[in-house]
Design a protein around this ligand. Structure first.
Ligand SMILES: [Zn+2]
Length: 266
Protein backbone atom coordinates (compact mmCIF):
# COMPACT_ATOMS: atom_id res chain seq x y z
CA UNK A 1 0.00 0.00 0.00
CA UNK A 2 1.56 3.27 -1.08
CA UNK A 3 0.58 6.23 0.99
CA UNK A 4 1.98 9.59 -0.04
CA UNK A 5 1.36 12.61 2.11
CA UNK A 6 2.91 16.03 2.11
CA UNK A 7 2.78 18.46 4.96
CA UNK A 8 4.64 21.51 6.11
CA UNK A 9 6.35 22.00 9.39
CA UNK A 10 8.49 24.70 10.89
CA UNK A 11 11.84 23.26 11.77
CA UNK A 12 13.37 26.39 13.23
CA UNK A 13 16.73 27.85 12.48
CA UNK A 14 17.49 25.88 9.36
CA UNK A 15 14.44 27.37 7.69
CA UNK A 16 13.55 24.30 5.76
CA UNK A 17 13.89 20.64 6.14
CA UNK A 18 12.24 17.72 4.52
CA UNK A 19 11.48 14.45 6.12
CA UNK A 20 10.45 11.40 4.19
CA UNK A 21 8.82 8.85 6.41
CA UNK A 22 7.94 5.42 5.26
CA UNK A 23 5.01 3.32 6.26
CA UNK A 24 5.50 -0.36 6.41
CA UNK A 25 3.66 -2.47 3.90
CA UNK A 26 3.94 -6.21 4.06
CA UNK A 27 7.55 -5.90 5.11
CA UNK A 28 8.47 -8.64 2.72
CA UNK A 29 9.88 -6.52 -0.06
CA UNK A 30 13.19 -4.76 -0.26
CA UNK A 31 11.96 -2.29 -2.88
CA UNK A 32 11.58 1.02 -1.02
CA UNK A 33 9.54 2.57 -3.82
CA UNK A 34 6.80 0.05 -3.37
CA UNK A 35 6.41 0.51 0.36
CA UNK A 36 7.42 4.09 1.05
CA UNK A 37 5.13 6.91 1.99
CA UNK A 38 6.40 10.44 1.86
CA UNK A 39 5.95 13.23 4.30
CA UNK A 40 7.58 16.49 3.34
CA UNK A 41 8.17 19.15 5.90
CA UNK A 42 9.20 22.68 5.18
CA UNK A 43 9.74 25.43 7.67
CA UNK A 44 7.94 28.74 7.44
CA UNK A 45 10.75 30.33 9.40
CA UNK A 46 12.63 32.53 6.96
CA UNK A 47 15.79 32.88 8.99
CA UNK A 48 18.56 32.08 6.51
CA UNK A 49 20.64 29.06 7.30
CA UNK A 50 24.01 29.79 8.82
CA UNK A 51 26.71 29.40 6.18
CA UNK A 52 28.71 26.33 6.91
CA UNK A 53 25.74 24.76 8.61
CA UNK A 54 24.23 21.45 7.79
CA UNK A 55 20.55 20.72 7.59
CA UNK A 56 18.68 17.53 7.05
CA UNK A 57 16.40 17.84 4.05
CA UNK A 58 14.90 14.42 3.95
CA UNK A 59 15.04 11.15 5.71
CA UNK A 60 13.15 7.96 5.35
CA UNK A 61 13.14 4.55 6.86
CA UNK A 62 12.27 1.55 4.83
CA UNK A 63 10.63 -1.46 6.40
CA UNK A 64 12.98 -4.02 7.90
CA UNK A 65 14.60 -6.07 5.21
CA UNK A 66 15.14 -9.80 5.18
CA UNK A 67 18.26 -9.48 7.27
CA UNK A 68 16.35 -7.70 9.99
CA UNK A 69 18.13 -4.41 9.35
CA UNK A 70 16.16 -1.40 8.23
CA UNK A 71 17.68 0.94 5.69
CA UNK A 72 17.29 4.66 6.13
CA UNK A 73 17.67 7.40 3.56
CA UNK A 74 18.67 10.92 4.48
CA UNK A 75 19.30 13.95 2.26
CA UNK A 76 21.56 16.49 3.90
CA UNK A 77 22.33 19.99 2.67
CA UNK A 78 25.82 21.34 3.26
CA UNK A 79 25.21 25.07 3.19
CA UNK A 80 28.54 26.66 2.30
CA UNK A 81 27.16 30.18 2.06
CA UNK A 82 27.45 31.06 -1.62
CA UNK A 83 26.88 27.50 -2.75
CA UNK A 84 25.51 24.22 -1.41
CA UNK A 85 26.72 20.65 -1.62
CA UNK A 86 24.47 17.70 -0.82
CA UNK A 87 24.82 14.35 0.85
CA UNK A 88 22.61 11.34 0.28
CA UNK A 89 23.03 8.73 3.02
CA UNK A 90 21.47 5.33 2.65
CA UNK A 91 22.11 2.09 4.47
CA UNK A 92 25.33 3.30 6.07
CA UNK A 93 26.71 4.49 2.73
CA UNK A 94 26.83 7.99 1.33
CA UNK A 95 27.10 9.92 -1.90
CA UNK A 96 28.50 13.45 -1.88
CA UNK A 97 27.17 15.65 -4.67
CA UNK A 98 29.40 18.64 -5.44
CA UNK A 99 32.21 19.72 -3.15
CA UNK A 100 31.83 23.49 -2.84
CA UNK A 101 34.61 26.02 -3.04
CA UNK A 102 38.18 25.34 -1.91
CA UNK A 103 38.35 24.63 1.81
CA UNK A 104 34.87 23.08 2.03
CA UNK A 105 35.92 19.55 2.94
CA UNK A 106 35.70 20.10 6.72
CA UNK A 107 32.10 21.35 6.38
CA UNK A 108 31.24 18.32 4.30
CA UNK A 109 32.83 16.08 6.93
CA UNK A 110 30.73 17.81 9.59
CA UNK A 111 27.57 17.11 7.60
CA UNK A 112 28.56 13.48 7.20
CA UNK A 113 28.96 13.31 10.96
CA UNK A 114 25.51 14.85 11.31
CA UNK A 115 24.05 11.73 9.74
CA UNK A 116 26.32 9.41 11.69
CA UNK A 117 28.79 8.76 8.89
CA UNK A 118 32.40 9.59 8.04
CA UNK A 119 34.62 9.70 4.97
CA UNK A 120 35.01 5.93 5.09
CA UNK A 121 31.29 5.58 4.36
CA UNK A 122 31.39 7.70 1.20
CA UNK A 123 31.16 5.42 -1.80
CA UNK A 124 30.34 7.99 -4.49
CA UNK A 125 31.40 11.58 -5.16
CA UNK A 126 29.56 13.25 -8.03
CA UNK A 127 30.16 16.64 -9.67
CA UNK A 128 27.16 18.28 -11.31
CA UNK A 129 29.59 20.35 -13.37
CA UNK A 130 33.12 21.67 -13.65
CA UNK A 131 32.79 25.15 -12.11
CA UNK A 132 35.23 25.91 -9.27
CA UNK A 133 32.50 26.63 -6.72
CA UNK A 134 31.31 23.04 -7.19
CA UNK A 135 34.59 21.19 -7.55
CA UNK A 136 36.78 23.51 -5.47
CA UNK A 137 37.28 20.83 -2.84
CA UNK A 138 37.20 17.89 -5.23
CA UNK A 139 40.71 16.63 -4.49
CA UNK A 140 40.29 17.06 -0.73
CA UNK A 141 36.99 15.18 -0.74
CA UNK A 142 38.37 12.39 -2.93
CA UNK A 143 41.40 12.13 -0.65
CA UNK A 144 39.14 11.99 2.41
CA UNK A 145 36.78 9.51 0.82
CA UNK A 146 39.64 7.29 -0.25
CA UNK A 147 37.39 4.38 -1.24
CA UNK A 148 34.89 6.44 -3.22
CA UNK A 149 34.42 6.45 -6.96
CA UNK A 150 34.25 9.89 -8.57
CA UNK A 151 31.86 10.87 -11.34
CA UNK A 152 31.07 13.77 -13.64
CA UNK A 153 29.29 14.35 -16.93
CA UNK A 154 31.44 13.14 -19.81
CA UNK A 155 31.99 16.53 -21.42
CA UNK A 156 33.06 18.14 -18.13
CA UNK A 157 35.24 15.26 -16.99
CA UNK A 158 38.52 16.33 -18.66
CA UNK A 159 38.40 19.69 -16.84
CA UNK A 160 38.27 18.18 -13.36
CA UNK A 161 41.60 17.48 -11.69
CA UNK A 162 41.24 14.40 -9.57
CA UNK A 163 43.61 12.29 -7.51
CA UNK A 164 42.26 9.22 -9.32
CA UNK A 165 40.43 8.56 -12.57
CA UNK A 166 36.78 9.52 -12.77
CA UNK A 167 33.80 7.78 -14.29
CA UNK A 168 32.06 9.71 -17.07
CA UNK A 169 28.28 9.85 -16.82
CA UNK A 170 25.76 10.03 -19.63
CA UNK A 171 22.03 10.62 -19.76
CA UNK A 172 20.13 7.70 -18.27
CA UNK A 173 23.03 6.34 -16.21
CA UNK A 174 22.46 5.52 -12.57
CA UNK A 175 24.69 6.27 -9.59
CA UNK A 176 23.68 5.11 -6.09
CA UNK A 177 20.11 4.71 -7.42
CA UNK A 178 20.11 8.30 -8.66
CA UNK A 179 19.09 8.77 -12.28
CA UNK A 180 21.49 10.89 -14.29
CA UNK A 181 19.79 13.52 -16.43
CA UNK A 182 22.15 15.21 -18.87
CA UNK A 183 21.36 18.93 -18.57
CA UNK A 184 23.93 20.67 -20.80
CA UNK A 185 24.02 24.40 -21.29
CA UNK A 186 25.36 25.88 -18.06
CA UNK A 187 28.41 23.79 -18.94
CA UNK A 188 28.62 21.24 -21.78
CA UNK A 189 28.73 18.27 -19.41
CA UNK A 190 26.33 19.52 -16.72
CA UNK A 191 24.26 16.77 -15.13
CA UNK A 192 21.32 16.71 -12.75
CA UNK A 193 20.45 13.78 -10.51
CA UNK A 194 16.98 12.48 -9.76
CA UNK A 195 16.02 10.43 -6.71
CA UNK A 196 12.92 8.96 -8.31
CA UNK A 197 11.56 7.20 -5.23
CA UNK A 198 11.75 10.32 -3.06
CA UNK A 199 10.86 12.83 -5.80
CA UNK A 200 14.01 14.88 -5.31
CA UNK A 201 15.95 16.55 -8.15
CA UNK A 202 19.51 17.78 -7.61
CA UNK A 203 19.76 20.43 -10.30
CA UNK A 204 23.24 21.87 -9.82
CA UNK A 205 23.34 25.22 -11.62
CA UNK A 206 20.83 24.29 -14.32
CA UNK A 207 18.29 25.98 -12.03
CA UNK A 208 18.66 28.60 -9.31
CA UNK A 209 16.57 29.19 -6.22
CA UNK A 210 14.90 32.57 -5.90
CA UNK A 211 13.57 34.45 -2.91
CA UNK A 212 10.08 33.24 -2.19
CA UNK A 213 10.65 29.53 -2.82
CA UNK A 214 10.75 29.93 -6.59
CA UNK A 215 13.06 28.81 -9.34
CA UNK A 216 14.78 30.54 -12.20
CA UNK A 217 16.91 29.21 -15.03
CA UNK A 218 20.65 29.07 -15.39
CA UNK A 219 22.54 32.29 -14.69
CA UNK A 220 23.36 33.75 -18.12
CA UNK A 221 26.55 35.35 -16.81
CA UNK A 222 28.12 31.97 -16.11
CA UNK A 223 26.37 29.82 -18.70
CA UNK A 224 28.17 28.74 -21.85
CA UNK A 225 25.08 28.01 -23.98
CA UNK A 226 21.77 29.55 -22.89
CA UNK A 227 19.76 27.87 -25.68
CA UNK A 228 20.97 24.46 -24.54
CA UNK A 229 20.37 25.44 -20.91
CA UNK A 230 16.76 26.30 -21.71
CA UNK A 231 16.31 23.02 -23.57
CA UNK A 232 17.58 21.26 -20.46
CA UNK A 233 14.90 22.98 -18.39
CA UNK A 234 12.25 21.68 -20.79
CA UNK A 235 13.76 18.22 -20.42
CA UNK A 236 13.69 18.36 -16.60
CA UNK A 237 10.05 19.49 -16.78
CA UNK A 238 9.22 16.03 -18.10
CA UNK A 239 10.15 14.32 -14.86
CA UNK A 240 8.15 13.99 -11.66
CA UNK A 241 9.61 15.47 -8.46
CA UNK A 242 8.56 17.66 -5.56
CA UNK A 243 11.89 18.90 -4.26
CA UNK A 244 14.61 20.74 -6.18
CA UNK A 245 18.05 21.03 -4.60
CA UNK A 246 20.02 23.83 -6.27
CA UNK A 247 23.61 24.94 -6.16
CA UNK A 248 22.70 28.54 -5.39
CA UNK A 249 19.71 29.78 -3.42
CA UNK A 250 17.28 27.92 -1.24
CA UNK A 251 16.01 24.46 -2.15
CA UNK A 252 12.42 24.21 -3.35
CA UNK A 253 10.52 21.78 -1.15
CA UNK A 254 7.23 21.31 -2.99
CA UNK A 255 5.69 21.57 -6.46
CA UNK A 256 9.10 21.18 -8.07
CA UNK A 257 7.88 19.70 -11.34
CA UNK A 258 5.17 22.34 -11.73
CA UNK A 259 7.64 25.16 -11.13
CA UNK A 260 10.04 23.79 -13.72
CA UNK A 261 7.20 23.31 -16.20
CA UNK A 262 6.13 26.93 -15.67
CA UNK A 263 9.70 28.08 -16.20
CA UNK A 264 9.95 26.00 -19.35
CA UNK A 265 6.74 27.27 -20.91
CA UNK A 266 7.36 30.85 -19.74
ZN1 LIG B 1 28.12 26.72 -12.23
Amino acid sequence: MIDRRLFLKDLGKFGIAMVVVSACGSGTTSDPASTTSLSVTAGSNTTPPVPGSSSTLASSTTPPLGNGLGASTIWERVNLGSVSAYILARGGEAAVIDTGTAGSAPAIATSLGQVGLGWENVSHVVATHLHPDHIGSWAAVMDGAADASGYAGRADLPSIRSPRPLVGLSDGDSVFDLRVIATPGHTPGHISLLDESAGILVAGDSLNGTDGAGLTGANAQYTSDMAAANESIAKMAGFDFSVVLVGHGEPVVENGSALVQALSSG
